[in-house]
Design a protein around this ligand. Structure first.
Ligand SMILES: [Zn+2]
Length: 174
């Protein structure tokens, strides 16, 4: 076969997750609307099959772990909130996927790349980190220290359009 892949394709690693990003977005959006602050961050932790194991948001609550990481005001970021909600038995699982969302008040995608405090511990724990950008998603695969961009058509970048296309927002597991 012609053409040699330099490294494994991260899209392949989590195909099921990639195919269901719209569905995860419709789960994340109503949760984001519940957050009573301007920047609304949602983190989902998935297993390799794409099952949602926990959902976290950025809250005003503080936690000793947040202090350890060095978050400003010791506030829990969505990534840590999701991780603290994760069943202790699966915290050491090898194939965990972090999926971050942020939307503006109109429902448009906004960048939710983990901040400089989150990225080090998240890339140590999660095999793959997927986060929204203003144009779609970026997929960070820790194994290869590689980021792939996935740009979406404009109607897939606004939650109103997505929900209109997919039917009602849902929180059921996939
Ligand atoms: Zn952070």
């Amino acid at each position: 076969m012609l053409g040699v892949r330099v490294s494994p394709d991260p899209f392949k690693m989590s195909d099921r997750v990639i195919q269901n990003l719209n569905t995860y977005a419709t789960m994340a959006f109503p949760k984001a609307l519940e957050i009573d602050r301007t920047k609304k961050h949602i983190s989902l932790i998935l297993d390799k099959k794409g099952n949602v194991l926990s959902i976290g948001c950025n809250t005003f609550r503080t936690h000793p772990e947040a202090a350890k990481i060095g978050y400003r005001y010791n506030e829990v970021h969505s990534e840590l909130d999701a991780f603290l909600r994760l069943d202790r038995n699966v915290r050491n699982a090898k194939d965990l996927i972090l999926l971050n969302y942020r939307f503006n008040r109109f429902g448009d995608f906004r960048s939710s790349r983990p901040c400089v405090k989150c990225m080090p511990w998240c890339s140590a724990i999660f095999k793959t980190i997927i986060y929204t950008t203003n144009n779609g998603y970026e997929i960070f695969s820790g194994d290869e220290k590689k980021i792939e961009s996935m740009n979406l058509p404009i109607d897939k970048l606004n939650m109103r359009s997505i929900i209109r296309a997919n039917g009602k927002a849902t929180t059921r597991s996939i």
